[in-house]
Design a protein around this ligand. Structure first.
Ligand code: XMP
Length: 326
């Protein structure tokens, strides 16, 4: 277990406290880093985004952000990272299109833990290669938050194993390591990050890779990405959004029918599964009611995705099912 949160750190619940925290961290980062360069893997998730925004404020272009697109991100995510950090915040951002590299490595691999290992290892390889191209990096920034320190053997940690290779063992800059998630969000909001980044639902490191069930194929992955965007759009219209909501696409096909010139033609297509859950700790999860109208709106759009002919709702609770399909 790492260091404990200082007792003097008041719970950050409002703008004033967030501003005080930001000022303190900006001074602290400047003192720690001096005129050296800092490297950050920027996924676009809440924690790495808030760390990026803090460091941009503190040291500007001395921060080098690397955004690796592994092809398993949700629709619009890489574009948003570029828009927010490069275009709006003028960050030093390196965008790496590693889609083919990841999908080639994953081709034919159906075992979920093997898929996770490949994605994790390849991510480190790509990141280390980018780091090796850069001169004068002295620090590595990380979006570690307090629950990561407290729950280093918790439910999520068992999925994300593996440390950093020697070539990436720089001194760490971890400005939000004593904050809880809700505090990270308050700080992110005050730093000017968009709401859909700050209030984003949890998204697993291997991304859509563990939702494209079995061996990933590009066509099924694209169908999943489209379906996921549709589900997010419909769920986000509801007055209360569940803790996590997404789609999975099992590696099975079932019969569909379409009418061509009045004549029914049968064909095989995929089934998209929608999942929405509530939980506090991801150890157990319940399934909230979703209005029938919203389900129909999802169905009507999802069955129009090429290759998809069925829409299912996964109502299983955890236990007995896990939240993810893999
Ligand atoms: P399960 O499926 O185990 O998921 O009920 C519990 C929570 O963990 C997330 N999850 C992951 N997060 N890497 C991650 O960072 C992973 O490999 C991974 N697998 C599951 C899941 O989204 C849920 O919030």
């Amino acid at each position: 277990m790492g260091e404990l949160r200082p007792e003097s750190l008041e719970r950050i619940t409002n703008e004033t406290l967030a501003n005080a925290f930001i000022d303190e961290q900006v001074a602290e980062i400047r003192k720690q880093v001096g005129d050296k360069k800092v490297l950050l893997a920027l996924s676009g998730g809440v924690d790495s985004s808030v760390v990026a925004a803090l460091l941009i404020k503190a040291i500007g272009k001395q921060l080098v952000c690397v955004h690796v697109n592994h092809g398993l991100l949700r629709k619009g995510e890489p574009e948003q990272v570029i828009e927010v950090f490069k275009n709006q915040m003028d960050a030093n951002l390196i965008y790496v299109d590693a889609v083919d590299r990841f999908l080639d490595k994953l081709a034919g691999v159906s075992d979920p833990e093997k898929k996770r290992k490949i994605i994790g290892a390849e991510f480190i390889n790509v990141f280390a290669e980018e780091a090796a191209k850069l001169d004068g990096i002295s620090f590595l920034a990380q979006g570690t938050i307090y629950p990561d320190i407290l729950e280093s053997d918790g439910v999520k940690a068992h999925h994300n194993v593996g440390g950093l290779p020697e070539s990436l063992q720089f001194a760490l800059v971890e400005p939000v390591k004593f904050l809880y998630k809700d505090e990270v969000r308050v700080v992110g909001k005050v730093l000017g990050l968009p709401d859909n980044m700050v209030y984003r639902q949890p998204f697993p490191g291997p991304g859509l890779g563990v939702r494209c069930v079995g061996a990933i194929t590009r066509d099924r992955l694209e169908a999943l990405r489209e379906a996921d965007a549709i589900v997010r759009e419909e769920i986000e219209k509801l007055p209360e959004t569940p803790w996590q909501y997404f789609c999975a696409i099992p590696d099975i096909q079932s019969t569909g029918i379409k009418y061509v010139n009045g004549k029914g033609e049968r064909y095989m297509g995929w089934a998209v599964v929608m999942r929405a859950v509530n939980t506090t700790d991801a150890v157990a999860a319940t399934v909230p009611e979703i209005p029938f109208k919203s389900l129909c709106a999802m169905r009507d759009k999802i069955v129009q995705i090429p290759g998809v002919n069925r829409f299912l709702w996964d109502m299983s609770e955890k236990p007995v099912a896990t939240i993810e399909w893999e």
